[in-house]
Ligand binder design. Structure first.
Ligand SMILES: Nc1ncnc2c1ncn2[C@@H]1O[C@H](COP(=O)(O)OP(=O)(O)OP(=O)(O)O)[C@@H](O)[C@H]1O
Length: 323
C-alpha cells in the first residue's frame, strides 16, 4: 500500500435512506491521474469530500489512506499532503488575485518574504501576473480556476483533488487547464479528477473508474474500458425514402432506422471493412447521402454502463439516441 497516494476500501456514505456510495474500493498510485466518472448525482463530489477529510465516511467504511495516512487516526497529516479545488472554490472575489495568494501563504504559515515569492512565482506560472492586482470577481471563469489551482499549490500538496475543473470553461480554457494538469503530474503530483467530460478522462487519466448506483461499474485505462464495448459501426444516411427502402432491402444485415432514414452496419472501422461495404453498395447500385464511421469511444462505455440499457451491443445506438 505504500506506493499508493490514495487507498480506500469499502467506502460508504448515505444521506437518509439514499446509499450514495455503497462500498467502493479505490487505489491510486503516486504520480498518476485517476478519474472518477459518473452521471450527475452519482456521488463523485461526495467521494472527493470524504477523501479530502471535508466530511466523514459513512459507518461500515473500511480503511481509507491518503498520502499514506489513515484518515480515521491521522486526518491532520493527510490534510497537509493534499489540495482541493473545484466546485467549492476557495477564491474570494472581493480581494485581488495576489491578495488571495498571500492569504493562502499566511494560512500555510509561510514567512512573509517566502509567501510573496511563492505567490509571485505561481501567479506567473498560471499566467495571472497582469491580473494580479485586479479583484478576483473581475476574472473570467478560466482565470478563476487557474487562480484556484495556484492557491492550492501554495501548500505544495503531493495529492490534488480536482472536482470538475473544466466544467463551464470554453474549449481554449479547457485545453489550457489540461496543460496545467499534465504539468502538475510531470512534477510527481497525484491527481484525483472528477469530470463530466469523457474526453477529459480519455486525455488525462491513467486510470478511470465509472461510478454508477453507488458502486464502481468498471475500472481500467481508457483503452481497457473501450475494449468492453465490442466493435463500432458504419452509418449510412439517406434523404430519399425510396433509396433508403431499396438499400434496407439489399443490406439485410443492417439495423434500419425508418425515421432517421439511416442504416447501421457493424464494422471495426478498418479500411478493409470500409472497402467491403463500399463494394456491396456499388454492387447493389446504392448511393448513400452520407457515410460515417463510428469506432467505440468512452461515451459508448459510459452509456453502456450507466444508461438504461446494459447490453453492450446496443451501446452505440444508445449514444446516438442520447445525443
Ligand atoms: N449534504 C447532503 N445531504 C443530502 N443529500 C446529499 C448531500 N450531499 C449530496 N447529497 C446527495 O448525494 C448524491 C450525490 O451527490 P454528489 O454531489 O456527490 O454527486 P456528483 O456525482 O458529484 O454530482 P454532480 O456531477 O452533479 O456534481 C446526490 O443525490 C445528492 O443530492
Amino acid at each position: 500500500m505504500t506506493n499508493l497516494a490514495i487507498a480506500a476500501n469499502g467506502l460508504r456514505k448515505s444521506y437518509g435512506d439514499k446509499n450514495v456510495l455503497d462500498g467502493i474500493d479505490l487505489a491510486v498510485p503516486q504520480g498518476t491521474v485517476f478519474s472518477l466518472l459518473g452521471p450527475n448525482g452519482a456521488g463523485k463530489t461526495t467521494a472527493v469530500k470524504i477523501l479530502s477529510t471535508l466530511i466523514p465516511p459513512g459507518p461500515g467504511s473500511g480503511e481509507i489512506r491518503v498520502g499514506g495516512y489513515d484518515l480515521a487516526t491521522d486526518p491532520q497529516a493527510a490534510r497537509a499532503a493534499i489540495g482541493v479545488t473545484g466546485q467549492f472554490s476557495a477564491v474570494d472575489g472581493l480581494i485581488t488575485g495576489e491578495e488571495n495568494m498571500l492569504l493562502m501563504a499566511d494560512l500555510h504559515h509561510l514567512p512573509k518574504a517566502q509567501g510573496r515569492q511563492v505567490a509571485t512565482e505561481l501567479l506567473e506560472r498560471f499566467d495571472l501576473t497582469d491580473a494580479a492586482k485586479k479583484p478576483a470577481s473581475a476574472y473570467s471563469g478560466g482565470m478563476k480556476r487557474r487562480l484556484d489551482i495556484a492557491m492550492t499549490l501554495v501548500g505544495a500538496p503531493r495529492i490534488i483533488f480536482l472536482d470538475e475543473p473544466t466544467t463551464g470553461l470554453d474549449p481554449r480554457s479547457r485545453h489550457n487547464m489540461w496543460g496545467i494538469i499534465r504539468e502538475l503530474v510531470s512534477t510527481g503530483v497525484t491527481v484525483f479528477l472528477t469530470t463530466q467530460y469523457l474526453e477529459e478522462a480519455d486525455q488525462l487519466a491513467d486510470r478511470i473508474a465509472v461510478l454508477h448506483n453507488g458502486r464502481i461499474a468498471a475500472e481500467g485505462t481508457a483503452d481497457e474500458l473501450k475494449r468492453l464495448i465490442p466493435g463500432g459501426h458504419i452509418r449510412l444516411r439517406f434523404t430519399d425514402p425510396t433509396t433508403y427502402r431499396h438499400a434496407a432491402t439489399a443490406l439485410t444485415d443492417a439495423a434500419p432506422d425508418d425515421e432517421a432514414l439511416t442504416l447501421q452496419l457493424p464494422s471495426d472501422g478498418s479500411q478493409r471493412a470500409l472497402r467491403t461495404i463500399l463494394d456491396r453498395l456499388d454492387t447493389a447500385g446504392i448511393e448513400a447521402d452520407e457515410l460515417t464511421v463510428h469506432t467505440p469511444d468512452l461515451d459508448d462505455v459510459f452509456f453502456a454502463l450507466t444508461g438504461s440499457t446494459t447490453v453492450p451491443s446496443q451501446s452505440s445506438q444508445t449514444k446516438e439516441t442520447a445525443r
